[in-house]
Design a protein around this ligand. Structure first.
Ligand code: FEO
Length: 404
């Protein structure tokens, strides 16, 4: 008897992935609700496995496959994405199953060979528009380069109206429920947005092109099956629309204040700036890095109109947690926002100027002069911070009303 069971998605398609309840750090991304590594079994005349799982979960995947068919009956394996949360178990899978063929995109074949030091001929290439016959079912492919790896592609079965979208439209969420409508919608929204912000944000222009391509192809999609999180069944259109919207990074009247503090001087400036912004009707997310993960800061920037960064100067440098956050945000390229810097210092005050340079490097124009306060802010300094928030608030209201 199998220890793990597959989940039937359609008469011909089963989920045979794995649930990672424990993971909280996905190379820097705080996965507070765990994740799943989704693999799918297609019961065509030629039985096909789509993607595998992270290496330690090989046994779980095989157990789920065994609950449906003898794994040795698998004819084909399709690798939509070579990142090791989906390909890590591939070598063991091939050894156990000995499929007739393995398919990947051209870049996927190259990436898999470089990961596992295979002869590239281990993998057969499929390209956008190719049709793979599974006997009574056809599978087609669309390469989605740099979404989010060069090898990424999606696979589609027209007869079943199922799109296997690899990381696309996914989220990190461990659950026994496999369908979107079995889970609270606000949790799906939260995790899908976080996933987009932390994985896809730097590729937003390409996402916009992909969404245009999908509209042009006019695929009929009953099930949208990503490689992480639940399968979309009831909210397919909604998640497609959300991706289109997120990719535009259109600012809303929101600001992110991110900072760290040593003796609460920088913290009290953050609170005063927040008051100034709030007085203009701007929604503010205050994110102290002592208790906020940088992946949540990234999510906050997705639709914010301002990024306001605070740091004490410590021995001539930006406080390390703030510097790390700026490096992380630099890799994600938040757009369509203004910025400002603030902080406290003792005997030298380099941090604010350096933060302004970093904001400039991100292409974020400054909306206010940096606020750099010696030691502890007095009432006058706090008023300056409030005024700074109010001035940025006016700018945000103008940006979001389209008057600038
Ligand atoms: Fe889920 Fe890009 O791997």
């Amino acid at each position: 008897m199998s220890a793990f069971n597959a989940v039937r998605l359609t008469d011909r398609v089963y989920w045979v992935g794995a649930i990672d309840w424990a993971i909280r750090d996905f190379h820097g991304y705080r996965t507070g609700r765990g994740t799943t590594y989704n693999a799918f079994l297609v019961l065509g005349d030629r039985i096909t496995l789509i993607d595998t799982v992270k290496k330690p979960f090989f046994g779980e995947m095989m157990s789920r496959i065994s609950s449906v068919v003898d794994p040795s009956r698998i004819d084909y394996v399709v690798s939509n994405h070579s990142e090791m949360d989906h390909s890590g178990a591939l070598p063991e899978t091939l050894a156990a199953v000995r499929p007739g063929k393995v398919f990947a995109s051209p870049m996927g074949r190259k990436a898999l060979a470089l990961h596992f030091h295979w002869d590239p001929d281990t993998v057969e290439v499929v390209r956008s528009g190719d049709i793979l016959s599974l006997g009574d079912l056809d599978m087609t492919f669309l390469e989605t380069r740099m979404l989010h790896w060069p090898d990424s592609m999606v696979s589609y079965i027209p007869r079943e109206k199922v799109l296997f979208s690899q990381d696309g439209f996914g989220m990190h969420l461990a659950s026994t429920e496999r369908f979107d409508d079995e889970l609270p919608l606000h949790v799906l929204d939260e995790e899908a947005e976080k996933y987009f912000a932390n994985i896809l944000m730097p590729f937003s222009p390409l996402v916009t092109k992909l969404m245009e391509k999908l509209r042009e192809l006019d695929l009929s999609i009953d099930l949208l099956c990503p490689d992480h999180g639940p399968v979309w069944r009831s909210h397919v259109v909604r998640i497609l629309e959300k991706w289109s919207d997120w990719a535009l990074q259109k600012p809303k009247p929101r600001a992110v204040i991110v900072y760290d503090t040593m003796w609460r001087s920088t913290a009290s400036l953050a609170d005063a700036i927040c008051n100034g912004l709030s007085s203009k009707g701007v929604s503010v997310r205050v994110m102290p890095l002592g208790s906020t993960h940088i992946s949540d800061v990234a999510t906050g920037t997705l639709d914010a109109a301002a990024l306001i960064v605070g740091s004490p100067t410590i021995n001539g440098q930006i406080f390390p947690s703030v510097a790390a956050c700026m490096t992380y945000l630099g890799s994600l390229k938040p757009r369509n926002m203004v910025g400002a810097a603030f902080g406290s210092y003792g005997w030298s005050g380099e941090a604010v100027g350096r933060l302004e340079e970093l904001l400039g490097g991100l292409g974020i124009p400054l909306a206010a002069e940096g606020l750099n306060i010696n030691y502890v802010p007095d009432d006058g300094a706090l008023q300056r911070a409030t005024d700074m928030g109010a001035a940025i608030g006016d700018r945000i209201v103008g940006m979001c009303s389209g008057s600038e």
